[in-house]
Ligand binder design. Structure first.
Ligand SMILES: [Zn+2]
Length: 463
C-alpha cells in the first residue's frame, strides 16, 4: 500500500488505546505530606479492579515467561510488599502480587488491582536497591491511583457520548455490569498500555512518596528512569511506550521531595539486593524473544529496531513524535515517517511503505456535511485502486483529542514479497479535510512495532 497502517485486532480494544494518551487524569496533587493522593473519576469499585486485573494477569502469564527462581522471586515479592505498605490510598481490596518476567527487556508493568510484573532486565539494570524499589513504587502508584480503570471509565464515557453503546442501553442488566462484562474481554493490552503523561506524573509522585517513606533516596526512581533510557534505548522501548516520560520528570520529583518532610536517611542499597543480583546474573540467560521483526522474503533485511527516543515533526495543523532513527519525507498529501528500508520500490518505479507511519489529508467529495464514516469509506475506496487485496477487518468509533474518530484495521498485501501487512488507520475530521494517521508493518512484525506506533499515536497534536 502507498501509505502506512497496522495492528492485530481482537484482544486489544481500539477505543481504549486511542483514548488513553489523550485522557487527562487530574493529578490533584500539588504537594506534600498532607498531599491528597486522589484517584480520578472511576465507575468501578476497587474490587472490580482486582477482578479485571486477575483476568488480565492470567492472560499475561500465558504469554510471558516467568522467572521462578526462589531467591529472586522472594526478594522482589518481599520488597514489593514492604513498599506498598507505605502507599497512599492503598485498600484491603488489592491483592498485591509481584512476579518476575524472564526477559532482558527493561520493563515493568502493573495491572489493576495490584498485579505487578518486573522484568529480569530491569533488576539487572538497577545499580542498587533504591532504583528497583523506585520502579516498583512507581508501578504501585498506577495501582493505587487506579489508572487502568480510570482510563476505562473515560473510554466508556466517550463511547457512550459517541452513541457506540446504544446497543447496550437496550439490553438487560445494569449498564456498568454489561460494560464490565465487555471489559473483561479486553485483555492485557488494554490495561498495561498507554498511561497518559498525567498518569505518569502521578505514579512518579506516589513512587517518590513511597521511596521517601521507605527510607530510600527519593531521587532514585526518576534517576533510574533517566539512566536506562539513555543507556539502553533498545531495551526500554516497551517501558517508555507504556510509561511516557512526563515533561519535567526530574524537576517535578525534585520539587516534591522537600514537601515530603525533613531529609530521610537516603539509603540506596542493601546486602540482600547485592546478593540477589549476583545470583540473578549467574542464572541461565532468558529465552530469546521471538518478536524481532524479520523480512520473510529473505532478500530484504528488516529495518533496525525503532529507537525509543522520539523526535518531533511539525506538520500543517498537526505535530507528531516519531523515532529519532527514522526519517520524515513529504508525500503528495502529507508526510511519511519510516525506518531505513521501510520504503520499497516497486517494478513500475512507484514506492510503497512497508514499515512506519504516514499522515494523509484527504478531501472527500460531497462537500457539505460529509460524515466521518462516509469520508473514511471514500478514502479506503481510493486506496483500493492500487491495493486490490485490501480488506477491512474491524472498524471502531473512538475519540481522539476530543474529536470523534474512526479506527479501521486493515489487512493488505505487503510490498515485501509474499507477506501480508497489517494497517491501523485513525481518521478524524480536521477543518474541511479528513486526516488519516496510518500505521503499517508486515503482519509478522506488527507486534514488535506496536509500542512505537502506540507512542506515536499518543503524541499526536492537532491545531
Ligand atoms: Zn508508569
Amino acid at each position: 500500500m502507498k501509505a502506512g497502517r497496522m495492528r492485530p485486532s481482537g484482544k486489544y480494544v481500539t477505543v481504549l488505546l486511542v483514548l488513553a494518551g489523550l485522557v487527562v487524569v487530574p493529578s490533584g496533587v500539588l504537594g506534600v505530606e498532607r498531599m491528597k493522593f486522589r484517584p480520578g473519576f472511576n465507575l468501578f469499585k476497587p474490587g472490580q479492579d482486582v477482578q479485571l486485573g486477575r483476568e488480565a494477569a492470567g492472560q499475561a502469564e500465558k504469554q510471558l515467561p516467568l522467572l521462578n527462581d526462589p531467591q529472586v522471586v522472594q526478594y522482589v515479592s518481599a520488597l514489593g510488599h514492604r513498599l506498598v505498605s507505605l502507599a497512599p490510598n492503598n485498600t484491603s481490596d488489592y491483592v498485591w502480587q509481584f512476579k518476575v518476567v524472564n526477559s532482558s527487556d527493561i520493563n515493568a508493568f502493573a495491572l489493576p488491582g495490584g498485579f505487578i510484573y518486573v522484568n529480569r532486565g530491569a533488576i539487572e539494570a538497577a545499580q542498587d536497591e533504591a532504583q528497583i524499589a523506585g520502579v516498583m513504587a512507581h508501578e504501585s502508584g498506577h495501582v493505587v491511583m487506579r489508572h487502568g480503570t480510570n482510563q476505562a471509565t473515560k473510554a466508556m464515557l466517550a463511547e457512550l457520548a459517541g452513541g457506540l453503546l446504544e446497543g447496550l442501553a437496550g439490553e438487560s442488566g445494569s449498564f456498568t455490569s454489561q460494560v464490565f462484562a465487555k471489559l473483561g474481554g479486553f485483555g492485557i493490552g488494554s490495561w498495561m498500555l498507554h498511561n497518559s503523561r498525567e498518569a505518569e506524573k502521578q505514579a512518579d509522585e506516589v513512587g517518590t512518596y513511597i521511596l521517601y517513606h521507605g527510607g530510600y533516596d527519593p531521587h532514585a526512581m526518576a534517576q533510574f528512569f533517566e539512566i536506562i533510557q539513555k543507556k539502553y534505548p533498545q531495551r526500554t522501548i516497551q517501558f517508555f511506550s507504556d510509561h511516557p516520560v512526563p515533561e519535567n520528570r526530574i524537576k517535578d520529583v525534585d520539587a516534591e521531595i522537600p514537601l515530603l518532610g525533613p531529609p530521610n536517611q537516603g539509603k540506596t542499597d542493601s546486602p540482600e539486593f547485592a546478593s540477589m543480583k549476583k545470583h540473578l546474573l549467574a542464572l541461565p540467560p532468558p529465552p530469546k524473544a521471538k518478536s524481532t521483526p524479520s523480512a520473510a522474503s529473505g532478500s530484504v533485511s528488516p529495518p533496525p529496531a525503532p529507537s525509543s527516543r522520539l523526535q518531533r515533526y511539525e506538520g500543517e495543523g498537526f505535530a507528531i513524535r516519531y523515532p529519532d532513527n527514522w526519517q520524515a519525507e513529504k508525500t503528495q498529501d502529507g508526510i511519511a515517517l519510516f525506518p531505513a528500508g521501510g520504503m520499497i520500490s516497486g517494478e513500475g518505479g512507484d514506492v510503497s511503505q512497508a514499515y512506519g507511519a504516514s499522515i494523509t489529508h484527504f478531501q472527500p467529495s460531497g462537500q457539505r456535511g460529509w460524515g466521518l464514516v462516509d469520508a473514511t469509506q471514500q478514502l479506503l475506496d481510493s486506496w483500493r485502486g492500487s491495493n486490490p487485496n485490501l480488506h477491512v477487518l474491524k472498524q471502531t468509533g473512538a475519540n481522539v483529542l476530543g474529536r470523534p474518530a474512526l479506527v479501521t484495521l486493515l489487512e493488505n498485501d505487503s510490498p515485501l514479497q509474499g507477506q501480508k501487512e497489517s494497517d491501523r488507520v485513525v481518521t478524524l475530521r480536521q477543518t474541511d479535510s479528513l486526516m488519516a494517521l496510518v500505521f503499517v508493518a508486515p503482519q509478522a512484525a506488527f507486534d514488535a512495532y506496536k509500542p512505537t506506533f502506540d507512542a506515536m499515536e499518543q503524541s499526536l497534536e492537532i491545531r
